[in-house]
Design a protein around this ligand. Structure first.
Ligand code: CA
Length: 388
């Protein structure tokens, strides 16, 4: 079997309302899907992290840089392909967009491997440590509103996430440390104490601001404080982890085993959040997972994008071994985007049905057992939303 074609599909639509995080507001949602065709008619799907113009630039790397390196290769040789591509791109970028582009291709190769074997990806990795996983609802995003309006909307959204069946939820902050504390107080007040609440700063604070907010988060029983400072600020992460009781989470902007090795050795994370569609795909994710566990750092995957990214993450969440083990081991969670996302709801011929499962199964989602990623994108949907 050999690879005959690699195609990127960049999809986009106008959101009904602007969404934002601490770095920007945006009015369009995009997704970057990768399709690999083979001479035997088996097709694999993957996804690259990166919105908008980043996705369009990554399409150039997928089709123009990586495709010529792998045409004619056996798609089952995914580790060989990974190293061939990485070694030839290394001089031009060991992080960021080249790795995002490679991630989508690698995920599609795993999808092909699963289809060839007739097995779900978690079986190729070594089996499922759990048959279902708890999902946490990610919502409560910023909008260009006054702090009081934001707090009122966040209260409503938090309550609706609770009603949807989520037992853990995550909110954004990033409107200034004093207002951010008030925002978290409003949400905690709205949902009560029996729900796990996480706070995501998208690296908007200085270390001293992060300490100010972090101490308030301790009092509000926040489960984790995500990306408090810039991803490059490894010392800041370490100081915060040493000085705060709240769990420090991060890593979505880190790439490859070498980047993760530095991050983990700096001892700044209580919870690692690797992004499989960015750090180098499933092949590299498994090495990063091993490194996290070698440092006894628990993993909760970062999840962003379409139903393809969700499907890949469900396979990986099944494959995370208990750390360190026990009768009632610490368990990972599935990050689930509850904001307007047609690329989750409508992309697949058979939707994943995450929201329905969360509602019916006490916040939990079953690990799919169909071959590969277990998904089939709808070509008409892709054609309708494709911009590049
Ligand atoms: Ca985040």
């Amino acid at each position: 079997m050999h690879i005959t074609r690699i195609t990127s599909h960049v999809l986009q639509y106008d959101l009904p309302e602007k969404l934002g995080y601490s770095q920007q507001y945006y009015s369009r949602r995009s997704a970057h899907l990768v399709r690999i065709d083979t001479d035997e008619g088996i097709t694999g799907w993957g996804e690259c992290f990166g919105p908008g113009n980043i996705a369009i630039a990554n399409k150039g790397i997928v089709e123009g840089v990586i495709q010529p390196l792998v045409l004619g290769e056996d798609p089952l040789d995914r580790d060989v392909i990974w190293h061939k591509c990485y070694n030839l791109m290394r001089d031009h970028g060991q992080k960021g967009m080249p790795l995002q582009a490679l991630s989508g291709i690698d995920i599609a190769l795993w999808d092909i491997a699963g289809k060839v074997a007739g097995l779900p990806i978690h079986k190729l990795i070594g089996g499922s440590h759990r048959s279902d996983v708890s999902a946490y609802g990610y919502g409560m995003m910023l909008r260009p509103e006054q702090p009081r309006e934001l707090a009122s909307r966040f209260r409503d959204e938090a309550n609706s996430l609770k009603e949807m069946g989520f037992t853990a939820i995550k909110m954004k902050v990033g409107i200034g440390s004093k207002n951010d504390i008030s925002l978290v107080e409003a949400v905690r007040d709205a949902v009560g104490d029996d729900l796990a609440l996480m706070v995501d700063a998208n690296h908007c604070y200085t270390t001293s601001e992060a300490f100010h907010v972090g101490h308030a988060l301790e009092d509000l029983d926040i489960y984790w404080f995500e990306e408090p400072v810039a991803p490059e600020d490894l010392r800041g992460y370490r100081e915060l982890r040493e000085g705060l009781k709240v769990n420090i989470a991060g890593g979505e902007a880190e790439y490859s085993r070498w980047g993760w090795l530095n991050l983990l050795e700096s001892r700044g994370l209580d919870i690692a959040q690797p992004e499989v569609c960015a750090l180098g795909g499933i092949t590299e994710y498994l090495r990063v997972l091993a490194l996290c566990h070698a440092h006894f750092t628990p993993v909760v995957n970062h999840v962003w994008g379409s139903a393809i990214a969700l499907a890949a993450n469900l396979q990986l969440l099944a494959s995370i071994p208990p750390l360190p083990g026990g009768l009632h081991p610490w368990q990972p969670m599935l990050e689930f985007d509850t904001t307007d996302n047609r690329f989750i709801d409508d992309l697949l011929k058979t939707p994943l049905g995450i929201k329905e499962q969360v509602k019916e199964n006490g916040g939990r989602v079953t690990i799919p057992t169909e071959p590969g990623l277990g998904i089939e994108p709808d070509p008409d949907f892709i054609e309708k939303y494709e911009i590049s």
